[in-house]
Unconditional design. Sequence first.
Length: 404
Amino acid sequence: MSSVTAPAATTAAHRLVRTARTGVAVVFALNGLAIGSWFARVPAVREALDLTAGRLGLLLLAMSAGAVLAMPTSGLVAQRLGTARTVAVATLLVAVGLGIAGVSASTAGWLPGVAVGLVILGYGTGTCDVAMNIEGAAVERRLGRTVMPRFHAAWSLGSVAGAGLGAVAAEVGLALAVHLPLVGAAVLLGTVSGTRVFLPFAEPAPDADGGSPAARRRAVLAAWREPRTLLIGLFVLVAAFSEGVATDWVAVAFVDGYGVTEAAGAAVYGVFVIGMTVGRTVGTLALDRWGRVPVLGTTILLAVVGVSVAVLAGSGPVAVAGVALWGLGVSLSFPVGMSAAANVEEHAAARVSVVAVIGYTAFLAGPPLLGLIGDRVGTLHALLVVPVLLLPSLALLPVTRPPR
Protein backbone atom coordinates (compact mmCIF):
# COMPACT_ATOMS: atom_id res chain seq x y z
CA MET A 1 0.00 0.00 0.00
CA SER A 2 2.84 2.38 0.83
CA SER A 3 4.35 1.80 -2.64
CA VAL A 4 1.14 3.21 -4.13
CA THR A 5 0.51 5.94 -1.57
CA ALA A 6 3.99 7.49 -1.68
CA PRO A 7 4.04 8.20 -5.45
CA ALA A 8 0.46 9.48 -5.24
CA ALA A 9 1.42 11.85 -2.42
CA THR A 10 4.49 12.99 -4.37
CA THR A 11 2.37 13.65 -7.47
CA ALA A 12 -0.15 15.63 -5.42
CA ALA A 13 2.65 17.69 -3.85
CA HIS A 14 4.14 18.45 -7.27
CA ARG A 15 0.72 19.45 -8.57
CA LEU A 16 0.27 21.77 -5.59
CA VAL A 17 3.62 23.45 -6.23
CA ARG A 18 2.94 23.84 -9.95
CA THR A 19 -0.45 25.39 -9.23
CA ALA A 20 1.14 27.73 -6.70
CA ARG A 21 3.73 28.68 -9.32
CA THR A 22 0.92 29.77 -11.63
CA GLY A 23 -0.74 31.76 -8.86
CA VAL A 24 2.50 33.55 -8.01
CA ALA A 25 3.08 34.40 -11.67
CA VAL A 26 -0.43 35.85 -11.94
CA VAL A 27 0.09 38.00 -8.84
CA PHE A 28 3.44 39.29 -10.12
CA ALA A 29 1.90 40.10 -13.51
CA LEU A 30 -1.03 42.01 -12.03
CA ASN A 31 1.24 43.98 -9.71
CA GLY A 32 3.31 44.93 -12.74
CA LEU A 33 0.15 45.95 -14.58
CA ALA A 34 -0.74 48.37 -11.80
CA ILE A 35 2.74 49.91 -11.61
CA GLY A 36 3.19 50.06 -15.38
CA SER A 37 -0.17 51.78 -15.76
CA TRP A 38 0.82 54.45 -13.26
CA PHE A 39 4.27 55.21 -14.68
CA ALA A 40 3.02 55.30 -18.25
CA ARG A 41 0.76 58.19 -17.22
CA VAL A 42 3.45 60.15 -15.34
CA PRO A 43 3.85 62.62 -18.26
CA ALA A 44 0.09 63.27 -18.11
CA VAL A 45 0.29 63.85 -14.35
CA ARG A 46 3.19 66.25 -14.85
CA GLU A 47 1.15 68.19 -17.42
CA ALA A 48 -2.00 68.22 -15.27
CA LEU A 49 -0.08 69.57 -12.28
CA ASP A 50 2.34 71.74 -14.33
CA LEU A 51 5.47 70.36 -12.61
CA THR A 52 9.15 70.89 -13.35
CA ALA A 53 11.45 67.86 -13.43
CA GLY A 54 12.63 68.62 -9.90
CA ARG A 55 9.09 68.94 -8.49
CA LEU A 56 8.02 65.80 -10.32
CA GLY A 57 10.92 63.95 -8.71
CA LEU A 58 9.78 65.10 -5.29
CA LEU A 59 6.23 63.95 -6.05
CA LEU A 60 7.43 60.50 -7.11
CA LEU A 61 9.31 60.39 -3.82
CA ALA A 62 5.93 59.99 -2.09
CA MET A 63 5.42 56.55 -3.63
CA SER A 64 8.92 55.47 -2.67
CA ALA A 65 8.40 56.76 0.87
CA GLY A 66 5.26 54.66 1.22
CA ALA A 67 7.14 51.57 0.05
CA VAL A 68 10.06 52.14 2.42
CA LEU A 69 7.65 52.65 5.33
CA ALA A 70 6.10 49.27 4.58
CA MET A 71 9.33 47.30 4.28
CA PRO A 72 10.46 46.96 7.93
CA THR A 73 7.24 45.21 8.95
CA SER A 74 6.28 43.43 5.71
CA GLY A 75 8.21 40.27 6.55
CA LEU A 76 6.66 40.12 10.02
CA VAL A 77 3.18 40.59 8.56
CA ALA A 78 3.76 37.84 6.01
CA GLN A 79 4.96 35.49 8.76
CA ARG A 80 1.91 36.24 10.85
CA LEU A 81 -0.86 36.35 8.22
CA GLY A 82 0.67 34.23 5.50
CA THR A 83 1.72 35.46 2.09
CA ALA A 84 -1.71 35.01 0.48
CA ARG A 85 -3.60 37.26 2.88
CA THR A 86 -0.75 39.77 3.00
CA VAL A 87 -0.70 40.09 -0.80
CA ALA A 88 -4.50 40.46 -0.98
CA VAL A 89 -4.64 43.24 1.63
CA ALA A 90 -1.63 45.00 0.11
CA THR A 91 -3.24 44.96 -3.34
CA LEU A 92 -6.35 46.59 -1.89
CA LEU A 93 -4.08 49.48 -0.86
CA VAL A 94 -2.59 49.55 -4.37
CA ALA A 95 -6.06 49.90 -5.89
CA VAL A 96 -7.07 52.64 -3.45
CA GLY A 97 -3.83 54.54 -4.04
CA LEU A 98 -4.22 54.42 -7.82
CA GLY A 99 -7.77 55.72 -7.54
CA ILE A 100 -6.88 58.63 -5.26
CA ALA A 101 -3.89 59.66 -7.38
CA GLY A 102 -5.83 59.49 -10.64
CA VAL A 103 -8.84 61.44 -9.39
CA SER A 104 -6.72 64.06 -7.61
CA ALA A 105 -4.58 64.75 -10.70
CA SER A 106 -7.30 64.64 -13.33
CA THR A 107 -10.34 66.31 -11.79
CA ALA A 108 -8.87 68.63 -9.16
CA GLY A 109 -5.26 69.19 -10.18
CA TRP A 110 -4.59 68.73 -6.47
CA LEU A 111 -0.95 67.97 -5.76
CA PRO A 112 -1.39 66.94 -2.07
CA GLY A 113 -4.10 64.46 -3.06
CA VAL A 114 -1.82 62.87 -5.64
CA ALA A 115 0.95 62.65 -3.03
CA VAL A 116 -1.37 60.91 -0.54
CA GLY A 117 -2.48 58.47 -3.22
CA LEU A 118 1.14 57.68 -4.06
CA VAL A 119 2.03 57.06 -0.42
CA ILE A 120 -0.84 54.53 -0.17
CA LEU A 121 0.13 53.01 -3.52
CA GLY A 122 3.76 52.72 -2.39
CA TYR A 123 2.84 51.19 0.96
CA GLY A 124 0.72 48.55 -0.76
CA THR A 125 3.36 47.87 -3.39
CA GLY A 126 6.15 47.55 -0.81
CA THR A 127 4.18 45.10 1.32
CA CYS A 128 3.09 43.10 -1.69
CA ASP A 129 6.62 42.98 -3.08
CA VAL A 130 8.08 41.39 0.06
CA ALA A 131 5.24 38.88 0.45
CA MET A 132 5.14 37.72 -3.16
CA ASN A 133 8.93 37.36 -3.26
CA ILE A 134 8.80 35.20 -0.13
CA GLU A 135 6.13 33.03 -1.76
CA GLY A 136 8.07 32.90 -5.03
CA ALA A 137 11.24 31.79 -3.25
CA ALA A 138 9.32 29.05 -1.44
CA VAL A 139 7.97 27.76 -4.75
CA GLU A 140 11.45 27.95 -6.30
CA ARG A 141 12.96 25.88 -3.47
CA ARG A 142 10.31 23.19 -3.84
CA LEU A 143 10.72 23.02 -7.62
CA GLY A 144 14.50 22.67 -7.26
CA ARG A 145 15.36 24.97 -10.17
CA THR A 146 15.62 28.69 -10.89
CA VAL A 147 12.21 30.26 -11.50
CA MET A 148 12.31 33.56 -9.60
CA PRO A 149 13.40 35.58 -12.67
CA ARG A 150 10.37 34.21 -14.52
CA PHE A 151 8.08 35.51 -11.81
CA HIS A 152 9.70 38.88 -12.30
CA ALA A 153 9.32 38.37 -16.06
CA ALA A 154 5.60 38.02 -15.40
CA TRP A 155 5.81 41.33 -13.54
CA SER A 156 7.54 42.82 -16.57
CA LEU A 157 4.88 41.46 -18.92
CA GLY A 158 2.27 43.04 -16.70
CA SER A 159 4.20 46.29 -16.88
CA VAL A 160 4.29 46.04 -20.68
CA ALA A 161 0.54 45.61 -20.67
CA GLY A 162 0.18 48.53 -18.29
CA ALA A 163 2.46 50.70 -20.41
CA GLY A 164 0.52 49.71 -23.53
CA LEU A 165 -2.79 50.53 -21.92
CA GLY A 166 -1.31 53.78 -20.66
CA ALA A 167 -0.12 54.71 -24.15
CA VAL A 168 -3.56 53.96 -25.60
CA ALA A 169 -5.25 55.90 -22.80
CA ALA A 170 -2.97 58.88 -23.42
CA GLU A 171 -3.55 58.72 -27.17
CA VAL A 172 -7.35 58.69 -26.89
CA GLY A 173 -7.36 61.25 -24.08
CA LEU A 174 -8.82 58.95 -21.42
CA ALA A 175 -8.92 60.83 -18.13
CA LEU A 176 -6.65 59.70 -15.33
CA ALA A 177 -9.70 59.67 -13.04
CA VAL A 178 -11.22 56.90 -15.18
CA HIS A 179 -8.15 54.96 -16.30
CA LEU A 180 -6.30 54.42 -13.00
CA PRO A 181 -9.31 53.44 -10.81
CA LEU A 182 -10.41 50.88 -13.42
CA VAL A 183 -6.92 49.37 -13.48
CA GLY A 184 -6.86 49.21 -9.67
CA ALA A 185 -10.19 47.39 -9.48
CA ALA A 186 -9.20 44.83 -12.12
CA VAL A 187 -5.83 44.18 -10.46
CA LEU A 188 -7.47 43.65 -7.07
CA LEU A 189 -9.99 41.10 -8.36
CA GLY A 190 -7.34 39.15 -10.27
CA THR A 191 -4.87 39.15 -7.38
CA VAL A 192 -7.40 37.80 -4.89
CA SER A 193 -8.06 34.92 -7.29
CA GLY A 194 -4.34 34.24 -7.73
CA THR A 195 -3.59 34.10 -4.00
CA ARG A 196 -6.13 31.31 -3.51
CA VAL A 197 -3.67 28.77 -4.98
CA PHE A 198 -0.59 29.88 -2.99
CA LEU A 199 1.20 27.21 -0.96
CA PRO A 200 -0.72 26.27 2.21
CA PHE A 201 0.12 28.49 5.16
CA ALA A 202 0.69 26.85 8.52
CA GLU A 203 0.58 29.48 11.24
CA PRO A 204 3.23 28.70 13.89
CA ALA A 205 2.00 28.07 17.39
CA PRO A 206 2.67 31.02 19.74
CA ASP A 207 4.81 28.84 21.97
CA ALA A 208 6.79 27.27 19.11
CA ASP A 209 10.36 28.30 18.36
CA GLY A 210 10.07 31.37 16.18
CA GLY A 211 6.29 31.41 16.49
CA SER A 212 5.84 34.33 18.86
CA PRO A 213 5.83 37.95 17.68
CA ALA A 214 8.88 38.64 19.84
CA ALA A 215 10.78 35.76 18.22
CA ARG A 216 9.91 37.04 14.75
CA ARG A 217 11.16 40.51 15.65
CA ARG A 218 14.40 39.02 16.99
CA ALA A 219 14.85 37.15 13.70
CA VAL A 220 14.59 40.41 11.73
CA LEU A 221 17.06 42.16 14.05
CA ALA A 222 19.46 39.24 13.67
CA ALA A 223 19.24 39.51 9.87
CA TRP A 224 20.31 43.15 10.11
CA ARG A 225 23.59 41.96 11.67
CA GLU A 226 24.46 39.46 8.91
CA PRO A 227 27.17 40.79 6.56
CA ARG A 228 26.03 38.65 3.62
CA THR A 229 22.43 39.84 3.95
CA LEU A 230 23.53 43.48 4.09
CA LEU A 231 25.77 43.11 1.04
CA ILE A 232 22.97 41.42 -0.88
CA GLY A 233 20.82 44.38 0.11
CA LEU A 234 23.41 46.79 -1.29
CA PHE A 235 23.52 44.80 -4.55
CA VAL A 236 19.73 44.88 -4.77
CA LEU A 237 19.78 48.63 -4.05
CA VAL A 238 21.90 49.27 -7.15
CA ALA A 239 19.71 46.90 -9.18
CA ALA A 240 16.55 48.64 -7.98
CA PHE A 241 18.01 52.06 -8.75
CA SER A 242 19.01 50.99 -12.27
CA GLU A 243 15.56 49.55 -12.93
CA GLY A 244 13.65 52.28 -11.11
CA VAL A 245 15.33 55.11 -13.00
CA ALA A 246 13.96 53.68 -16.24
CA THR A 247 10.54 53.16 -14.71
CA ASP A 248 10.36 56.72 -13.35
CA TRP A 249 12.17 58.69 -16.01
CA VAL A 250 12.68 56.99 -19.37
CA ALA A 251 9.34 58.16 -20.80
CA VAL A 252 9.91 61.73 -19.60
CA ALA A 253 13.55 61.67 -20.76
CA PHE A 254 12.59 60.74 -24.31
CA VAL A 255 9.83 63.35 -24.37
CA ASP A 256 12.30 66.02 -23.25
CA GLY A 257 15.50 64.78 -24.90
CA TYR A 258 14.26 63.45 -28.23
CA GLY A 259 11.07 65.47 -28.63
CA VAL A 260 8.74 62.48 -28.92
CA THR A 261 5.07 62.59 -27.99
CA GLU A 262 3.74 61.48 -24.61
CA ALA A 263 2.34 58.30 -26.17
CA ALA A 264 5.71 57.55 -27.80
CA GLY A 265 7.46 58.11 -24.47
CA ALA A 266 5.16 55.56 -22.86
CA ALA A 267 5.97 53.17 -25.70
CA VAL A 268 9.72 53.60 -25.06
CA TYR A 269 9.14 52.55 -21.48
CA GLY A 270 7.36 49.51 -22.93
CA VAL A 271 10.52 48.71 -24.93
CA PHE A 272 12.54 48.77 -21.72
CA VAL A 273 10.12 46.37 -20.06
CA ILE A 274 10.16 44.05 -23.09
CA GLY A 275 13.96 43.87 -22.75
CA MET A 276 13.58 42.97 -19.07
CA THR A 277 10.97 40.36 -19.89
CA VAL A 278 13.16 38.64 -22.45
CA GLY A 279 16.11 38.62 -20.04
CA ARG A 280 14.07 37.19 -17.20
CA THR A 281 12.46 34.54 -19.37
CA VAL A 282 15.62 33.11 -20.94
CA GLY A 283 17.95 34.06 -18.09
CA THR A 284 16.82 31.19 -15.89
CA LEU A 285 18.41 28.73 -18.33
CA ALA A 286 21.68 30.65 -18.26
CA LEU A 287 21.66 30.87 -14.46
CA ASP A 288 21.13 27.12 -14.05
CA ARG A 289 23.88 26.37 -16.56
CA TRP A 290 26.61 28.88 -15.72
CA GLY A 291 25.73 30.14 -12.25
CA ARG A 292 24.80 33.49 -10.80
CA VAL A 293 28.12 35.33 -10.77
CA PRO A 294 29.18 35.05 -14.46
CA VAL A 295 25.66 35.59 -15.77
CA LEU A 296 25.01 38.64 -13.60
CA GLY A 297 28.40 40.11 -14.50
CA THR A 298 27.60 39.83 -18.20
CA THR A 299 24.14 41.33 -17.90
CA ILE A 300 25.34 44.27 -15.79
CA LEU A 301 27.90 45.17 -18.48
CA LEU A 302 25.13 44.98 -21.10
CA ALA A 303 23.11 47.46 -19.02
CA VAL A 304 26.05 49.88 -18.86
CA VAL A 305 26.35 49.82 -22.64
CA GLY A 306 22.59 50.12 -23.11
CA VAL A 307 22.17 53.23 -20.94
CA SER A 308 25.13 54.90 -22.59
CA VAL A 309 23.70 54.27 -26.06
CA ALA A 310 20.24 55.47 -25.01
CA VAL A 311 21.64 58.79 -23.81
CA LEU A 312 24.46 59.47 -26.26
CA ALA A 313 23.20 58.00 -29.53
CA GLY A 314 21.70 61.23 -30.83
CA SER A 315 19.32 59.17 -32.94
CA GLY A 316 15.88 58.17 -31.70
CA PRO A 317 15.80 54.61 -33.16
CA VAL A 318 19.34 53.83 -31.96
CA ALA A 319 18.50 55.23 -28.53
CA VAL A 320 15.44 52.98 -28.33
CA ALA A 321 17.70 50.00 -29.09
CA GLY A 322 19.87 51.12 -26.20
CA VAL A 323 16.80 51.17 -23.94
CA ALA A 324 16.03 47.57 -24.94
CA LEU A 325 19.62 46.57 -24.09
CA TRP A 326 19.31 48.43 -20.78
CA GLY A 327 16.21 46.41 -19.92
CA LEU A 328 17.94 43.15 -20.85
CA GLY A 329 20.98 44.07 -18.77
CA VAL A 330 19.13 44.87 -15.54
CA SER A 331 16.68 42.00 -15.87
CA LEU A 332 18.25 39.46 -13.53
CA SER A 333 19.92 41.39 -10.71
CA PHE A 334 16.83 42.18 -8.62
CA PRO A 335 15.16 38.73 -8.74
CA VAL A 336 18.44 36.87 -8.21
CA GLY A 337 19.21 39.14 -5.27
CA MET A 338 15.86 38.21 -3.72
CA SER A 339 16.53 34.52 -4.33
CA ALA A 340 19.94 34.89 -2.71
CA ALA A 341 18.34 36.47 0.37
CA ALA A 342 15.79 33.65 0.62
CA ASN A 343 18.14 30.70 0.09
CA VAL A 344 17.51 29.39 3.63
CA GLU A 345 13.78 28.89 4.15
CA GLU A 346 13.60 29.40 7.92
CA HIS A 347 15.28 32.81 7.57
CA ALA A 348 13.69 33.82 4.26
CA ALA A 349 11.04 36.22 5.56
CA ALA A 350 13.43 38.16 7.79
CA ARG A 351 16.23 38.36 5.24
CA VAL A 352 13.97 39.30 2.32
CA SER A 353 12.47 42.03 4.47
CA VAL A 354 15.92 43.44 5.28
CA VAL A 355 17.10 43.26 1.68
CA ALA A 356 13.88 44.92 0.52
CA VAL A 357 14.32 47.79 2.97
CA ILE A 358 17.85 48.43 1.70
CA GLY A 359 16.89 47.94 -1.94
CA TYR A 360 13.88 50.21 -1.82
CA THR A 361 16.04 53.03 -0.56
CA ALA A 362 16.89 53.39 -4.26
CA PHE A 363 13.26 54.19 -5.01
CA LEU A 364 13.32 56.71 -2.18
CA ALA A 365 16.46 58.50 -3.34
CA GLY A 366 16.26 57.90 -7.08
CA PRO A 367 13.38 60.18 -8.18
CA PRO A 368 14.56 63.36 -6.44
CA LEU A 369 18.21 62.68 -7.35
CA LEU A 370 17.40 62.30 -11.05
CA GLY A 371 15.02 65.23 -10.91
CA LEU A 372 17.61 67.56 -9.41
CA ILE A 373 20.29 66.45 -11.86
CA GLY A 374 17.78 66.74 -14.68
CA ASP A 375 17.08 70.36 -13.80
CA ARG A 376 20.78 71.09 -14.41
CA VAL A 377 21.87 68.83 -17.29
CA GLY A 378 18.56 67.70 -18.77
CA THR A 379 16.52 64.64 -17.91
CA LEU A 380 18.08 62.53 -20.67
CA HIS A 381 21.70 63.09 -19.63
CA ALA A 382 20.81 62.57 -15.97
CA LEU A 383 20.31 58.90 -16.85
CA LEU A 384 24.10 58.49 -17.02
CA VAL A 385 24.08 58.17 -13.23
CA VAL A 386 23.01 54.55 -13.79
CA PRO A 387 26.28 53.19 -15.31
CA VAL A 388 28.27 55.14 -12.72
CA LEU A 389 26.62 52.99 -10.02
CA LEU A 390 26.39 49.73 -11.96
CA LEU A 391 30.11 49.26 -12.56
CA PRO A 392 31.13 49.22 -8.84
CA SER A 393 28.30 46.74 -8.12
CA LEU A 394 30.27 44.07 -9.98
CA ALA A 395 32.40 43.72 -6.84
CA LEU A 396 29.33 42.51 -4.91
CA LEU A 397 28.54 39.57 -7.20
CA PRO A 398 30.18 36.85 -5.01
CA VAL A 399 27.62 37.39 -2.23
CA THR A 400 24.84 36.14 -4.52
CA ARG A 401 26.25 32.60 -4.50
CA PRO A 402 24.09 30.15 -2.49
CA PRO A 403 25.56 29.60 0.99
CA ARG A 404 27.04 26.18 1.72
